[in-house]
Design a protein around this ligand. Structure first.
Ligand code: TXA
Ligand code: MG
Length: 318
């Protein structure tokens, strides 16, 4: 059921069911973070490997101490600046936080989502919500309730409809080593914005073979259609002469007789608008029965960097 009424979500979560929740980034698939059996259901429904830990969504920064400990001052500074908002902090976990949430690590990922419906929901509950993005493992994240419904149908009893996600791209994830912040995942807050507050920060180089690295699997967010990323869309469109081509371009439409469907991320060249449109555009392209999708690389700065990172993962060949 798709509904705007949080009472259905409250009831379902209290019955230890799963609920899809809107956030400002993407839709989440939420369970009572204090109930292991329910948290396990998230992994089953998403077909998500157990080594990939979940984010705990809390109602306010004041609640953080119930989930995390030994919180570095810089983490508090970031939380104060960006919460509620699309920043996830990876911190030392409190003992009681389930190993299913953290994939056995001694750290836990936490954020306060910035969506009025979900904040109301969290305030009605006496437990936080463990939630990954509400998509089957490896597929494109959902940015509206219809996307979630298309993935899970009625096997998911409640999808809380909060409209189109305002940011459209996952939260930025920051962890800490020796109290120094490290970027674990590019996201809706650009690295430049974070550096303005805490100075230069390093980026973790991820590796699928290292379970200790955060779950930044190299292939992720992928459309089913074969997708290529390029600086030169025209050249690739010519190369694929005769194929049914879809385009995902930043701001300038391309005129080429081969193009069957075209998505322009932001006509004004605004990266925030492009981020908001990215996954919905990928969903639409994927529905067109195309032979190939050609995606254009964005300028590599600010949110352009985040979008390029998502596109790299959507296109990397195994
Ligand atoms: O915007 C978002 O963050 C959305 C909304 C629903 O909040 N959630 C989301 O969740 O993107 P998910 O599960 O798709 O991505 C969570 C990421 C994974 O890459 C996971 O590996 C990482 O967070 N993560 C979780 N716990 C971690 C930990 N203890 N250490 C390192 N990485 C962690
Ligand atoms: Mg995800």
């Amino acid at each position: 059921m798709i509904t705007k009424n949080i009472q259905y979500a409250v009831d379902e979560l209290k019955r230890d069911g799963l609920v899809s929740i809107p956030t400002e980034t993407v839709y989440g698939l939420a369970a009572n973070a204090y109930n292991e059996t329910t948290v396990k259901k998230i992994f089953e429904l998403k077909n998500r490997p157990h080594y990939n830990p979940l984010i705990v969504h809390i109602k306010s920064a004041d609640y953080l101490q119930h989930i995390a400990k030994e919180i570095p001052d810089i983490a508090l500074k970031l939380a104060t600046a960006f919460w509620p908002g699309p920043l996830t902090l990876v911190l030392k976990k409190q003992e009681h936080v389930s190993d299913f949430i953290t994939a056995g690590k001694d750290t836990v990922a936490v954020r306060v989502p910035n969506h009025p419906l979900t904040l109301d929901l969290l305030n009605e509950l006496d437990f936080p919500l463990a939630a990954p993005s509400a998509n089957p493992f490896g597929s494109i994240s959902p940015t509206n309730a219809t996307h979630v419904h298309a993935y899970f149908g009625e096997t998911l009893p409640v999808i809380l409809d909060g409209g189109e996600c305002e940011k459209g791209i996952e939260s930025t994830i920051i962890g800490f080593e020796n109290n120094q912040p490290i970027l674990y995942r590019h996201g809706s807050i650009s690295i430049e914005e974070i550096e303005k507050m805490v100075g230069k920060i390093n980026t973790i180089t991820h590796n699928d073979q290292t379970p200790n690295a955060p779950g930044m699997l190299s292939r992720h967010y992928a459309p089913k259609t074969e997708t290529y990323l390029t600086n030169n869309v025209a050249a690739l469109a010519t190369y694929f002469e005769g194929k049914k081509i879809g385009l995902l371009v930043f701001k300038n439409p391309m005129h080429h007789h081969n193009i069957h469907h075209q998505e322009i991320l932001s006509k004004t060249g605004d990266c925030a608008e492009a981020a908001k449109n990215l996954y919905a555009a990928m969903h639409r392209l994927d529905e067109q029965n195309l032979d190939v999708i050609i995606a254009e690389r964005l300028p590599d700065e600010g949110l352009g960097k985040t979008i390029n990172d998502k596109l790299e993962r959507a296109t990397k060949k195994e």
